[in-house]
Write a protein that binds this ligand. Structure first.
Ligand code: SF4
Length: 668
């Protein structure tokens, strides 16, 4: 008998969609959008629909596995957890708890996925990762400038006269925002896209401004310079609500518009015209994540924030420097869930450099790595070093749904549930501010898969801190909602409605009271000064460019981007695409012309870190000398492209530099 139930997308995505799931005989038959969801209104993308295939796939890991003589053998949960618990106990006794590295990311969301942190804190505190491969440089940058990284509510787009989509292909990654763009454009708003690629969002724009990858901050600097020359700045805002504007003016006096035009490869006349667009208010900026995946990534976002401030688009309806919306995640009771005070020891490795740090760690050495919600072999930069590190430890435990490149290296693989096989709630701190409820829709889970909550609870019992995990799912969920109960957001209500609006700022900084040390928007960041010795804005450029490393640029003349794939959420779906996966090497027209490349040619792309081979596809409208290879491709399909990328962190230390990557290419 068929029945339908509401659920929610657990994927790490901007949109956090509401689902309508059809179930027959305890099996997912179909996933559609929930028409009642206030933001996603019944529409979902292919990646979300593919969760049906993901749940029902015959390739699912169904039993705990242990590697014996290089081969995986099925073992019981009892054996797997007992052996892991004994190893954790011995490591604690002999080397201290920080000899364990918890390597994690955000592959499958749900607030209770964070219980892994509670487990490791109660164990005594392990080596944890800091920073983010995805958006870390930009989040930190906005904390320096505004005090937090907040976005306007989705409906505020209707107040914008001009909308600048800066390095964000919303048609691919934020489909509900794309629909809104089509709508506001019809109503008369003007749409500008700044991006090295002529992507699907650029195609609907009034104007697409193509730019040299990594030079976005300099373009913002050029636009500010022109705003000031034309006397179009918001003097009231600058005078009353900002700190350090004099430092910015001084910086801009050091460089000419001609130089900025040369470096960004954006014509000077376009920069001047953009100065007029930004000051024809309200103008909203919507930034993507790729433009901060460079060595100068934090500074890039800071210069774009500065542009929003100088043009008077901060704290007004229809404006904003929209990058992330972390107030959404900040609504829940994380400390009570993860118990950070239970740590007795603590060590942190950078997420970007975790492999090098594992190999270099001495006091203590890393003896065990436990991987949750991630596939580091594919996703962490400089894959060759990552493989070396993850095969160097005595014990690698991977909690997974599929035999990923990382799981293949493990000593123990623990099979875990999908979103529809457990109860949780879901949200995204990227776009809208609704939390979605996901009930357990499938009662009889396949094989012996277990939820991560169960795994942590059982391990905690074996290690003597079972009391800290003696809660039902309902109790866990209620703990996380505690700060919201007074505002009428309860689990009961969430279960009933499927989605609830969180009480967050809809137009951030409307009162012009910023969460910075000065209480103002900071062009010169006091937090930056405290952390890194200088909070000044700079005119910095990527680490791999002709301006910073001419020899490298001569050897490897092309910029490699590794954008988010269309059909897979990072590395999660490639194995479900029916084996029809090729590593596609998208090249700008000028590269194809110079090297006589044609669509379908087989090429090698390389630099001093590694190489990949793939099939050429010529990109129309891409900025000259630009190549793209989608991220996340598994080894068996020709990846990972991270063989080519660098583990160098961003300027503020918290972001990756995955796009700061020069390569060469040849036909083979
Ligand atoms: S991946 Fe994103 S757009 Fe697609 S269904 Fe999930 S939340 Fe919605």
């Amino acid at each position: 008998m068929q029945k339908t139930g509401k659920s929610a997308c657990p994927l790490n995505c901007w949109d956090s969609c509401g689902f309508h799931v059809t179930i027959e005989n305890d099996k997912i038959i179909k996933i559609d959008g929930d028409p009642d969801h206030p933001i996603t209104k019944g529409k979902i993308c292919g990646r979300g629909r593919m969760l049906e295939a993901r749940t029902n796939s015959s390739e699912r890991l169904l039993y705990p596995l242990k590697k014996v003589n290089g081969q995986f053998q099925q073992i019981s949960w009892d054996q797997a957890l007992n052996e892991i618990a004994v190893k954790l106990d011995n490591i604690k006794e002999s080397y201290g708890t920080t000899a364990v590295l918890h390597s994690h990311d955000y592959a499958n969301n749900g607030i209770l996925k964070n219980l892994d942190q509670r487990f490791f804190n109660c164990y005594g505190g392990v080596t944890e990762l800091y920073g983010s491969l995805c958006w870390g440089a930009g989040i930190e940058a906005q904390k320096w400038d505004f005090g937090n990284a907040l976005s306007h509510e989705p409906e505020d787009i209707y107040n914008s006269k001009n909308i600048v989509i800066w390095g964000r292909n919303v048609a691919r990654t934020n489909m509900h925002f794309y629909e809104k763009l089509l709508e506001v454009k019809k109503r008369g708003a003007k749409l500008f896209v700044i991006d090295p690629l002529a992507n699907a969002t650029a195609k609907i724009a009034n104007e697409h401004i193509t730019i040299k990858p990594g030079m976005d901050g300099l373009l913002a600097a050029g636009i500010i310079k022109e705003i000031l020359r034309l006397g179009l700045e918001d003097r009231h805002f600058l005078e009353h609500f900002t700190y350090g504007f004099g430092d910015l003016k001084k910086l801009l006096n050091e460089v000419s518009l001609t130089k900025l035009s040369e470096m960004t490869e954006v014509p000077a006349a376009t920069i001047t015209r953009l100065a007029e667009v930004f000051t024809d208010k309200p103008t909203a900026i919507y930034m993507g994540l790729g433009l901060q995946r460079y060595k100068n990534g934090g500074n890039t976002i800071r210069l774009i924030d500065a542009l929003a401030a100088v043009s008077g688009n901060v704290g007004i309806a229809g404006g904003g420097a929209n990058y992330a919306n972390i107030q959404v995640g900040q609504s829940f009771a994380f400390a009570e869930l993860i118990l950070p005070n239970r740590r007795q020891q603590h060590r942190q490795f950078s997420i970007m450099k975790q492999a090098e740090e594992v190999l270099a760690a001495t006091d203590p050495e890393i003896k065990m790595i436990i991987v949750t919600c991630g596939n580091p072999l594919t996703q962490i930069p400089d894959s060759t070093v990552v493989e070396k590190a993850f095969t160097s430890v005595e014990t690698l435990v991977v909690i997974e749904q599929f035999m990923t490149d990382t799981a293949k290296l493990a000593h123990y693989v623990l099979p875990t549930t999908t979103a529809f096989e457990e109860e949780d709630f879901y949200y995204s701190s990227m776009y809208h501010h609704y939390v979605n409820y996901g009930p357990q829709l499938i009662q009889d889970t396949p094989g012996e898969v277990k939820s991560e909550v169960w795994i942590w609870t059982e391990l905690a019992k074996m290690l003597g801190f079972g009391d800290e995990f003696a809660y039902t799912r309902e109790e866990w969920l209620n703990i996380t909602l505690k700060p919201l109960v007074a505002k009428g957001i309860t689990l009961e209500k969430l279960k009933k409605t499927g989605t609830l609006e969180l009480p967050v700022a809809k137009i951030p900084w409307y009162d012009k009271r910023f969460a910075t040390p000065s209480g103002k928007f900071e062009f010169t960041s006091q937090l930056g000064e405290e952390k890194l010795g200088s909070g000044l804005l700079t005119l910095s450029v990527p680490a791999e460019s002709k301006w910073t490393d001419p020899l490298r640029a001569e050897k490897y003349p092309y910029n490699l981007l590794t954008i988010h794939p269309l059909r897979s959420n990072h590395s999660q779906n490639y194995h479900l695409l029916g084996g029809k996966v090729n590593l596609k090497v998208e090249v700008a027209r000028n590269i194809a012309a110079e090297l006589s490349l044609e669509n379908g040619d087989v090429v090698r792309v390389w630099n001093d870190r590694g190489e990949v081979k793939g099939i050429v596809s010529i990109l129309t409208g891409a900025h000259p000398n630009t190549i793209n290879i989608d991220e996340g491709i598994w080894r068996k399909f020709g990846g990972p492209v991270n063989t080519l990328t660098s583990s160098r962190p961003s300027d503020n230390g918290l972001g990756s530099t995955l796009y700061d990557c020069l390569v060469n290419i040849e036909k083979i």
